[in-house]
Design a protein around this ligand. Structure first.
Ligand code: NAP
Length: 370
């Protein structure tokens, strides 16, 4: 049995990954060793077959080195600290990671098997060892538009994102709730009184967002009753790093000869879970809408084509609908007034499932198969 070392099982992505692995009986195939950066020596709360009862130290290179596969959702700082030292110390196992740190490294493959299974399998045969999950909005967009990428129909794409709080991690999600409570605790009495002036309530909410006790330790700014038009660090060209990932990762996953330009603006909104994106797609030629629909539906089993009606859009093209589901709805699809080769679309998907955990879980199976 392959030894699987698991790091980061307590975080947002890790918890969802554990749920999926348990419901899919994945643990039957491995001897699983759970590691922790903060709880070494404590009891392992995850009860699965063939696993260790006591948590191991996630910084202990000698223990990590014994693994055939290390599966980490611990984050980029951990990867930076451990990966190269572990490789230098002689670790020859597979490294399967949710963090972005290694994605653009030459020896790393971005794993999104419904799109690039052949490349992944070729890399395994080629003795490559680092398999990294893609950026969440990138993976979701690629699965939604997989049919158009496959048919080489896309000239360029702009993506305007609406990314949920959970995309920033467990502590941020908790902070959003505390931000909401901070405000609602102080204005509910006013808002329930129908005779109170709503503009007065709004003013009170605005003032509360800059109250010195308003909780912003994690986000740095109020997300509740607000939005944040910057995600990740600043690059010299004016893009955020999250925006840069769109073009860089899509083209790495597709291994295209000619680059498909992809750019846009990434925005954090106060949805709890699921990232949404408004897309403008420049097609290489005028393709009839029914052909576009067929291409999209046929590429993978998870994409869900939503008819462009008000009712269907409001019902199924929302974070509320997509949350906890492997389905990736795409809709609001129509030719734009800009011309017949300009396609409008809106898509939403669970960034913790297909955007993070699921490609890693499936990567383990590709490793088992080979
Ligand atoms: P996270 O929720 O912040 O968890 C990371 C680690 O933080 C946990 O493994 C845990 O480590 C520690 N931690 C400290 N306080 C915690 C608390 N109150 N609850 C849970 N964990 C706590 O990070 P994440 O969002 O899962 O992201 C992990 C990696 O996946 C990152 O590189 C991220 O960029 C990437 N990713 C995230 C998403 C997403 O939507 N969140 C999507 C795609 C990729 P210990 O148990 O060792 O203390």
């Amino acid at each position: 049995m392959m030894k699987l070392g698991i790091v980061g099982w307590r975080g947002m992505v890790g918890q969802v990954l554990m749920e999926r692995m348990i419901e899919s009986s994945d643990f039957n195939h491995f001897e699983s060793i759970f590691f922790s950066t903060s709880q070494k020596g404590e009891n392992n709360p995850i009860k699965v077959p063939n696993s260790n009862p006591i948590l191991q130290d996630a910084f202990d290179l000698n223990e990590l080195k014994k693994m055939d596969i290390i599966l980490t959702c611990q984050g980029g700082d951990y990867t930076k600290k451990v990966h190269s030292e572990l490789r230098a110390s002689g670790f020859i196992g597979y490294w399967v990671d949710a963090a972005s740190t290694l994605r653009m490294e030459q020896n790393a493959i971005i794993a999104l098997d419904p799109i690039n299974k052949n490349n992944i399998q070729a890399a395994i045969k080629n003795n490559q060892k680092d398999f990294i999950g893609g950026n969440c909005t990138v993976s979701l967009m690629m699965l939604a538009l997989g049919g158009l990428f496959k048919n080489d129909s896309i000239e360029w794409v702009t993506t305007m994102t609406y990314q949920a709080a959970s995309g920033a991690g467990a502590r941020h999600m908790n902070e959003l709730l505390r931000q909401m409570k901070f405000v609602t605790d102080r204005v509910m009495a006013d808002s329930e009184d129908q005779s109170s002036q709503i503009l007065q309530v709004e003013k009170k909410v605005k003032n509360l967002l800059s109250d010195p006790h308003f909780p912003i330790d994690n986000f740095g700014y109020p997300l509740a009753f607000n939005l944040l038009p910057w995600i990740d660090s600043e690059l010299d060209n004016g893009q955020s790093r999250e925006e840069w990932k769109g073009g860089a990762e899509v083209n790495k996953i597709l291994q295209t000869k000619s680059i498909i330009p992809i750019d846009g603006t990434c925005v954090r909104v106060s949805a709890m879970r699921c990232h949404s994106q408004a897309l403008t797609i420049k097609l290489k030629k005028d393709i009839p809408m029914d052909e576009i629909e067929s291409m999209i539906k046929e590429q993978n089993d998870w994409v869900k084509f939503v008819p462009n009606t008000k009712e269907e859009s409001l019902k199924t093209l929302t974070p509320q609908f997509a949350s906890g589901s492997l389905q990736i709805p795409i809709g609001r699809m129509r030719k734009m007034n800009l011309g017949p080769t300009y396609l409008n679309a809106f898509t939403v998907g669970d960034q913790l499932l297909w955007g993070a955990a699921e490609p890693l879980r499936r990567m383990l199976h590709l490793l088992l198969e080979q």
